[in-house]
Design a protein around this ligand. Structure first.
Ligand SMILES: CC(C)(COP(=O)(O)OP(=O)(O)OC[C@H]1O[C@@H](n2cnc3c(N)ncnc32)[C@H](O)[C@@H]1OP(=O)(O)O)[C@@H](O)C(=O)NCCC(=O)NCCS
Length: 139
């Protein structure tokens, strides 16, 4: 957990979740990608609607390991796992300000299904941080 929290704080800054809150979110699956150096990234998943839908609640890659394909690797692994569980779709939310994550998801087949302004109201979001984009990938 300490290693995941380091990535969480580094990846999400003022929007990072606390360790107790993350623990409440690990019901349907918390997975880490490791190599010899330690934890490279993590993904938190939640099964919805009797697992027809799997939500990617969080994912992050260590700052010094980004732009090397690990985000895509975690996403591909998540897609294969969801398919194995016979889920019909993967869904997620991403902030309008998060260009790296939006590009990662869009490049890997996720489509925008909704955009809402003002949905992310806590922790004083500014500008595009306030925009909540919902994306979905049909499996
Ligand atoms: C989003 C994140 C997981 C991407 O991980 P990554 O390992 O760097 O991603 P990859 O190397 O697999 O990149 C895959 C694609 O993502 C997009 N991408 C990644 N970083 C990007 C950046 N800084 N700017 C724009 N697009 C970016 C590109 O489309 C890239 O494909 P390309 O290399 O062919 O251009 C990582 O930046 C991160 O941990 N960010 C902080 C936490 C976060 O925002 N998580 C998502 C919450 S919704």
């Amino acid at each position: 957990m300490p290693a995941v929290m380091k990535l969480e704080k580094d990846g999400f800054g003022k929007f990072a979740w606390s360790a107790p809150y993350i623990r409440t979110k690990t019901g349907s699956g918390a997975f880490v990608l490791c190599d010899a150096t330690g934890i490279v990234g993590y993904v938190l998943l939640k099964e919805l609607g009797a697992a027809a839908e799997i939500s990617i609640e969080k994912m992050a890659v260590a700052r010094d390991r980004r732009k090397q394909g690990f985000g895509k690797l975690i996403l591909n692994w998540t897609r294969a796992r969801a398919k194995g569980k016979r889920a019909k779709r993967l869904c997620l939310h991403v902030r309008g300000s998060n260009i790296a994550a939006f590009n990662l998801y869009a490049q890997n087949g996720f489509k925008v299904t909704k955009m809402e302004e003002g949905e992310y109201s806590t922790k004083n979001p500014v500008g595009a941080e306030k925009i909540k984009i919902t994306m979905q990938l049909l499996l």
